[in-house]
Design a protein around this ligand. Structure first.
Ligand SMILES: Cc1cc2nc3c(=O)[nH]c(=O)nc-3n(C[C@H](O)[C@H](O)[C@H](O)COP(=O)(O)O)c2cc1C
Length: 185
């Protein structure tokens, strides 16, 4: 099983990126091969231009990785009540998968993760990511992960998950991803 993670911000210690990485790690502990496109990889992507066929090495790497993936994990911070531009630009690039035999996320599970400073943004951003996943023919896992970085204390000083409820959600989402991906294979 190949699982690709996309998400993060340009902040050092991005909670979004840590949460996506935690889902990938949980999938890896169940035998998956994982690849992460975090804030630094997303920052290197030019603004997506649908009228240009030129692609950078970084753009090709992301498109090829998703093309070959059995499942995807997408994480976004709630920025002004929605998906951040950095993450959305990476998603828009996946338009390059539109004419594949399995377009976009077709037939594949997509784990969704949101980090925000308030509950309202966690909810609407998670709903937006579900809408995006449906538009791109993917199957959002039943459990989405919404973390409020003000009301919760997600991480220990070393960056590992410290909140048992969030850790349980990460483990459950990883199980749902693996179960669906194995069933679809
Ligand atoms: C530009 C910007 C816009 C934001 N907008 C919201 C928002 O509308 N609602 C909210 O709850 N938090 C908002 N936040 C807070 C972030 O969602 C929150 O700090 C998140 O955990 C950051 O993720 P990170 O740790 O991966 O950088 C905003 C932060 C920034 C920088």
């Amino acid at each position: 099983m190949k699982i690709v993670g996309i998400g993060g911000t340009l902040r050092d210690g991005s909670s979004t990126e840590r949460l996506v990485a935690a889902v990938l790690d949980a999938c890896a502990s169940m035998g998956a091969q994982t690849q992460m496109f975090g804030g630094s990889a997303l920052k290197a992507l030019p603004h997506f231009n649908p009228e240009s066929a030129e692609r950078t090495t970084g753009e090709r790497a992301l498109v090829d990785a998703v093309r070959e993936a059995d499942a995807v994990v997408i994480g976004s911070p709630g920025y002004h009540g929605g998906v951040s531009g950095l993450v959305k630009n990476a998603i828009d690039l996946l338009e390059d998968l539109a004419r594949d035999a399995h377009p976009y996320f077709d037939g594949r599970p997509v784990g969704l993760v949101v980090s925000a400073a308030g509950w309202q943004a966690t909810g609407v951003t998670l709903a937006a990511l579900r809408g995006i996943t449906h538009a791109m023919r993917g199957w959002p896992t039943p459990l989405g992960i919404a973390v409020n970085t003000v009301a919760q204390k997600p991480f220990a000083a070393d960056g590992s998950l410290a909140d048992p409820e969030i850790a349980a959600a990460v483990a459950m989402q990883a199980r749902q991803i693996m179960q669906f991906a194995k069933g679809a294979a």
